[in-house]
Write a protein that binds this ligand. Structure first.
Ligand SMILES: Nc1ncnc2c1ncn2[C@@H]1O[C@H](COP(=O)(O)OP(=O)(O)O)[C@@H](O)[C@H]1O
Ligand SMILES: [Mg+2]
Length: 367
C-alpha cells in the first residue's frame, strides 16, 4: 500500500487504565475512502481505540497518524475527524437546521453559504423540508440522520461512528445500514464504524478489524474473515461455524493426512494450508458447506453417518442438527429450503449422511 492510499495509520497503539489493558499493540492501516469497521464483543476495546483516534483519549504507547500527520500532540478539535455517538447527541432545544449548522458557526461563513450547506445536508439525509422541526418531533432514525449530517457538514477527512445504530430497532437498523453505506459512497469520506454486530460489520464494510480482549485478531475483507478466518476465535465470532477436533497423522507429497475422530474418518489437506498450525488443530466447516443425504453418497471422499436431531424451518433456509455416530458430536447443517424439501419429510431420529468438499475444511490452530 502506498502512503497515498493510507488515511489512518495505527502503529503499536496500547492503552491502559490502571491495571486494565483496554487496547494492546494495535497495528493496522485504514485506507482513504474506506468503510472500515472495528468489530468485537462488549469490553473488547473498540470505543477506547476510536477515542484515541478522535483524541479524547491519549494512548499509553504507540502512535496514530491521520493523513500522514502524527496526531499525538493534536487536540480533538484540531484533528480532521468527527465523531457520531450511539445516543444521538443532538440538541433537543434546537430545530433540525440549527442542529445541523451548529459546527459551522466557528467557520465564520456568511449566512447564504451556511444555508446552502445546510440545505445540501438535508437533501443528503433525505429530510428536505424538516429544517424547522424540533429534535423532539423526530423519530429515532431521523435523529440519528441529523447527528450524521451535523458531523458531515464540517467535511472531516474521517468520520468516526461508535455503535451509531445500536439504539434502533432491527428493521430501522437494517434500513439505516443501507442508507449509511449509500451516504458513505456519495460523500467519499473515510468511515470508521465500531460495532458488536457482526452482520452489520459484514454488510457495511470494505474491511473489518476483529477485536477481542484489547487485541486485534484479524484485519480483512468481509469475505476474507468469513472464508479464511485466522483463528478459532475469529471463526467462532463471524457467522456460524462447526469445529471438528482433528489430529495430524502424516505428511507426504504436499498433502497432510488428518484424522477426524468425531467423524470416524480421515481426510487429506494441502500441507501449505496448515502452515500456521501446530499438530493440535481443529477443522472448521461452515454449516452451508455441508450437504445432507438420506443414503450414503457415492462420489465424495468424505461421507459421515449421523442421526437427525432437529430441523428448523427459517423460510429461505432450513437448519438441521445432526449427531455424528462415532463421536456423538453435534454438527449444524444449513441448506436451502428447496434442497431440504427434496430430501422429503425426514424428522428427528432419521438416519442421514453428510458430505463436504475438501476445500470446505478450514484448518485452525486451537490457541
Ligand atoms: N475510563 C476508563 N477507566 C477504566 N477502565 C476503562 C475506561 N474506559 C474503558 N475501560 C475498560 O477498558 C476495556 C475496554 O473498554 P471499551 O473500549 O469501552 O470496550 P468496547 O467499546 O469494545 O465495549 C473494558 O474493560 C473497560 O472496562
Ligand atoms: Mg463501546
Amino acid at each position: 500500500m502506498t502512503q497515498h492510499d493510507t488515511m489512518i495509520s495505527i502503529r503499536n497503539v496500547g492503552k491502559r487504565f490502571g491495571p486494565v489493558v483496554a487496547v494492546e499493540d494495535a497495528c493496522f492501516d485504514i485506507r482513504r475512502g474506506e468503510f472500515f469497521s472495528i468489530l468485537g464483543a462488549s469490553g473488547s476495546g473498540k470505543t477506547t481505540l476510536l477515542r484515541i483516534l478522535a483524541g479524547f483519549e491519549a494512548a499509553t504507547s504507540g502512535a496514530v497518524f491521520i493523513d500522514g500527520a502524527q496526531m499525538d500532540a493534536v487536540p480533538p478539535h484540531q484533528r480532521p475527524v468527527n465523531m457520531v455517538f450511539q445516543n444521538y447527541a443532538i440538541f433537543p432545544h434546537l430545530n433540525v437546521r440549527d442542529n445541523i449548522g451548529f459546527g459551522l458557526r466557528k467557520l465564520k461563513l456568511d449566512r447564504a453559504e451556511r444555508q446552502k450547506r445546510i440545505g445540501a445536508m438535508l437533501d443528503l439525509i433525505k429530510l428536505p423540508g424538516f429544517g424547522d422541526r424540533h429534535a423532539d418531533q423526530l423519530s429515532g432514525g431521523q435523529r440519528q440522520r441529523v447527528a450524521l449530517a451535523r458531523a458531515l457538514i464540517l467535511r472531516p477527512k474521517v468520520l468516526l461512528l461508535d455503535e451509531p445504530l445500536g439504539a434502533l430497532d432491527k428493521q430501522l437498523r437494517e434500513q439505516m445500514q443501507i442508507e449509511l453505506r449509500a451516504l458513505q459512497r456519495s460523500v467519499g469520506i473515510t468511515f470508521v464504524l465500531v460495532t458488536h454486530d457482526q452482520e452489520e460489520a459484514l454488510t457495511l464494510s470494505d474491511r473489518i478489524a476483529v477485536m477481542a480482549d484489547g487485541r486485534v485478531l484479524q484485519v480483512d475483507t468481509p469475505a476474507g474473515l468469513y472464508e479464511r478466518p485466522c483463528s478459532r476465535r475469529v471463526a467462532g465470532f463471524v457467522g456460524n461455524m462447526n469445529f471438528l477436533p482433528a489430529r495430524v497423522l502424516s505428511q507426504a507429497g504436499g498433502a497432510t493426512s488428518i484424522d477426524i475422530p468425531g467423524c470416524g474418518t480421515t481426510c487429506s489437506i494441502a500441507t501449505k494450508r496448515l502452515e500456521h498450525c501446530s499438530s493440535d488443530i481443529s477443522l472448521a466447516i461452515r454449516p452451508e458447506r455441508i450437504t445432507l443425504h438420506r443414503s450414503r453418497p457415492a462420489a465424495p471422499a468424505i461421507a459421515v453417518a449421523g442421526v437427525l436431531r432437529d430441523r428448523m424451518y427459517l423460510g429461505e433456509r432450513t437448519h438441521f442438527q445432526i449427531e455424528l455416530e462415532p463421536g456423538g458430536a453435534t454438527v449444524a447443517v444449513s441448506s436451502s429450503t428447496m434442497k431440504a424439501e427434496a430430501l422429503g419429510t425426514i424428522g428427528p431420529g432419521a438416519q442421514v449422511w453428510l458430505s463436504w468438499p475438501e476445500d470446505a475444511l478450514i484448518p485452525l490452530g486451537n490457541e
